[in-house]
Write a protein that binds this ligand. Structure first.
Ligand code: TRP
Length: 337
């Protein structure tokens, strides 16, 4: 297998729900071009979802649908290594080993553990507590230079660095110490019904959140109902402070059409919000249409999808196994015959 000179990047994605317009415009859309600069690994973190109760058939479906949606959004399987976490056994294997090099005190300080155990007092399982060890294994197996993560995962990457450093100090250079990578941010899309909050699938008001797989009629309805602002001027003008709703719609329109704010202001000069909102809806419909159609096509093409995650797991296992052999040797496990 060829060695690449490119720096390595890896990220895990929990198959926890539908992709939103916010995550597409804000992040995923920019990932396609990362493949030119980096050797990229992305995996569906199915094992991580088990810390909360899942409906088995739904987990399976969501994992595959999510993979299909990411491919449709531009993560080309020819250029990126795409796989399913549970298909590469080394993740759980190294996860156990690293849990023996991670301190109880360190795990107790993870803010995500504290938050999640407060919210789910009836299911504070061992996996929820040791999950950062599995995440450290996910990362360290591939010796990545960069791990793109959101703010909420930074503490886990810090812990990964600490554990890797501790291991290297005990046994000599084994793991590359990865850096968190803050990707170039695209649009920060806000909720359509409460524009002071980020667009989120956990929003209680489902009208505030647009999904990649929403039908055109549904998208149009959500945009027609989007809140605009109660200021008196009633004109389309970018002003996040005083006109958060309109500014959010302008941002979405700009991201979908490539127009700048001055051009948008001119386009809707003299027209009210009533004319503007459906135009934004139409732009979103046209942006998402090819992605939705491609996702549906890929989801139905089970053989293709399987060929993608099979090839991905093969490539990933090869790399993971190299690290695993090193680790086992260093800590004193007998080499497999
Ligand atoms: N914990 C991450 C999340 O909840 C997902 C994840 C699992 C991950 N393993 C990873 C992210 C490794 C980056 C690297 O979003």
């Amino acid at each position: 297998m060829e060695e690449t000179a490119k720096k390595v990047m890896l990220s895990g994605i929990q198959p926890s729900g539908e992709l939103t317009l916010g995550s597409y415009l804000g992040a995923i859309r920019n990932w396609a071009e990362l493949a030119d600069q980096f050797d990229c690994y992305y995996f569906m973190a199915d094992l991580h979802t088990l810390t909360a109760r899942q409906v088995p058939a739904e987990l399976r479906k969501r994992t595959l649908n999510q993979l299909a949606q990411y491919i449709a959004c531009g993560l080309d399987p020819e250029k990126n290594t795409l796989f399913i976490q549970s298909h590469v056994r080394q993740h759980t294997e190294l996860g156990w080993i690293l849990s023996c090099y991670t301190m109880f005190g360190e795990l107790s300080r993870m803010t995500q553990f504290k938050d999640k155990s407060a919210k789910n007092a009836d299911n504070i399982n061992g996996g929820l507590f040791t999950y950062p060890c599995l995440m450290a294994a996910d990362i360290l197996l591939y010796q990545p230079d960069f791990v793109p993560v959101g703010q909420d995962q930074k503490q886990h990457v810090e812990l990964t660095r600490d554990v890797a450093t501790r291991f290297n100090n005990l046994y000599g250079e084994t793991f590359k110490i990865p850096e968190p990578y803050i990707p170039k941010v695209g649009a920060r899309v806000m909720s359509l019904t409460s524009p002071e909050n980020k667009m989120s699938k956990s929003d209680h008001d489902q009208n505030g959140c647009v999904y990649l797989m929403d039908e055109p009629e549904v998208i149009m309805r959500k945009f027609k109902r989007a809140v605009t602002d109660s200021d008196t001027e009633k004109c389309v003008r970018f002003d996040v402070e005083n006109k958060p709703g309109v500014s959010n719609l302008m941002q979405i329109y700009a991201a979908c059409t490539g127009k700048d704010y001055a051009a948008i202001e001119a386009e809707f000069d003299g027209l009210g919000y009533g004319a503007f909102k459906p135009k934004v809806g139409e732009a979103v419909v046209e942006t998402l249409r090819p992605l939705r159609e491609e996702s549906l096509r890929i989801m139905q093409d089970k053989a293709y999808l399987e060929s993608v995650y099979k090839a991905g797991a093969e490539k990933a296992s090869y790399v993971a196994n190299k690290t695993m052999r090193k680790v086992k040797k260093k800590i004193g496990l007998v080499a497999e015959p």
